[in-house]
Design a protein around this ligand. Structure first.
Ligand code: IMP
Ligand code: MG
Length: 174
């Protein structure tokens, strides 16, 4: 059966929430720089909007983590596919993620980054699917809690498709 994307969160709803998150983060970090570490590829659109909504001086870095194959479910195996090119020792670090699902990816990443002795380490995610959690993760900033549905758009993909949709859509059968 064909899969079709149905709008779940509009571009306007997302912008409004991302700006609220930017205000909250700006208030929490009066002093920069904040190292915003975006997890490739899904977080790239959220990073672009969130970073411009944060008024505290920030630096932009990217990390690649792979935990998913080409399907809708995690392979359960996590590895770093692109590491940071800078040291985060003594700096405020905010991980910028598109969605927290099982929590496996972030549990692994928190472990890796904690060992590098940042001054602080926190997570901002646009979406959270709490029902799917296998590992508890302490997420400081959540855009939207969503039900257990597979979503695409605004950076999120299904087998590399749909990342450039403006809205966040549920991908379901026609
Ligand atoms: P976790 O390790 O299960 O928490 O996986 C998180 C990662 O899985 C996210 O960064 C996404 O790349 C991917 N993912 C989880 N749920 C979805 C979804 O509904 N749509 C697209 N990607 C998803
Ligand atoms: Mg991801």
């Amino acid at each position: 059966m064909a899969l079709v994307p149905r709008v779940f969160l509009t571009a306007e709803q997302i912008q409004k929430r991302v700006h609220e998150m930017g205000d909250e983060i700006s208030a929490k970090y009066p002093e920069g720089p904040i190292y915003l570490i975006a997890i490739l590829k899904g977080a790239f659109v959220f990073l672009a909007d969130l970073s411009r909504a944060i008024r505290t001086p920030s630096r932009i870095e990217f990390m690649g983590i792979s935990s998913y194959g080409r399907g809708k479910t995690s392979s359960g195996q996590v590895r770093v596919t692109k590491d940071l090119d800078v040291s985060i020792e003594g700096h405020h670090v905010l991980i910028v993620e598109d969605i927290v699902d099982s929590g496996v990816t972030l549990t692994y990443l928190l472990n890796v980054l904690e060992q590098r002795r940042p001054k602080s380490l926190a997570i901002a995610t646009l979406l959270d699917k709490p029902e799917r959690r296998l590992r508890p993760v302490d997420v400081s900033y959540v855009g939207f809690k969503i039900p257990d549905e597979f979503v695409v758009g605004y950076g999120l993909d299904f087998a590399e498709d749909y990342r450039n949709l403006k809205d966040i859509c549920i991908l379901g059968e026609a």
